[in-house]
Write a protein that binds this ligand. Structure first.
Ligand SMILES: [Zn+2]
Length: 232
């Protein structure tokens, strides 16, 4: 009988632990140089080399170097933080928020997670629920690739919000934005396969096959579209 009650008590503790909504994040994998910057209660910032399995708390910033790549897990999403990136975990309750100051992050939001997820750059907020998207920030430019599902993107300079109706790419520059669709990419010889990873074994998806030459072609096309917009 005593064993029985101990077993019941142990199961109850495990059940309670499982029920707890994890408001912190975790580093699942690392490559190259990664720093986690934490803010102390006195407001002082301190950076330390990141460790696999390390917990991420709200306020922590992940900084990747030119060879850095980190896979992190938050309560409602998995993220691949790519090279030369600075990403802050801003909020961790029912409203999960990250701030991409610069660099690139590929995100897969869990559709059954109860919390909402949004990622912002200095110029755009991407609010999502159960979808996969790539976000890049190079202030004042931002870029979203709508890989799967819907993202409500808001240009913070104009407060205009749009929800994508297909998997197009969206480029933001100051108050303007342009779209590049899958057929447009095809005319440039680029297949929109939504393979955005920098690494071979990312849980987010396949490694990018975009060559620098093709990336340049897309960039030239984007410049032309912005120029046409300004000449209107
Ligand atoms: Zn994509």
């Amino acid at each position: 009988m005593k064993t029985y009650w101990i077993a019941i008590a142990s199961l109850t503790i495990i059940a309670c632990q499982k029920k707890e909504n994890p408001i912190s994040g975790k580093i699942l994998a690392l490559r190259g140089s990664i720093t986690v910057e934490q803010i102390h209660t006195n407001g002082k910032k301190e950076g330390h080399p990141a460790q696999i399995g390390q917990k991420l708390n709200v306020g922590d910033t992940i900084i990747t170097g030119k060879d850095g790549n980190a896979i992190i897990e938050l309560a409602s999403a998995k993220l691949e933080v790519q090279k030369n990136t600075r990403l802050t975990y801003e909020r961790g309750d029912a409203e999960q928020k990250v701030f991409l100051e610069h660099g690139t992050v590929w995100t897969n939001v869990n559709p059954v997670a109860k919390s909402h997820f949004s990622a912002r750059t200095p110029t755009v907020v991407a609010a999502v629920r159960g979808t996969k998207f790539l976000l890049t920030a190079d202030n004042p430019r931002s870029f979203i690739c709508h890989c799967e599902g819907k993202v409500a993107s808001t240009n913070t300079l104009t407060s205009v919000t749009e929800v994508n109706n297909s998997d197009y790419q969206e480029y933001f520059r100051d108050k303007k934005n342009i779209k590049v669709t899958t057929p447009e990419l095809a005319t440039l010889g680029v297949i929109a396969d939504h393979a955005h990873s920098e690494i071979d074994d990312s849980p987010l998806g396949k490694k990018s096959t975009l060559t620098p030459e093709k990336a340049r072609k897309v960039q030239d096309y984007v410049e032309k579209k912005f120029a046409a917009l300004l000449n209107k």
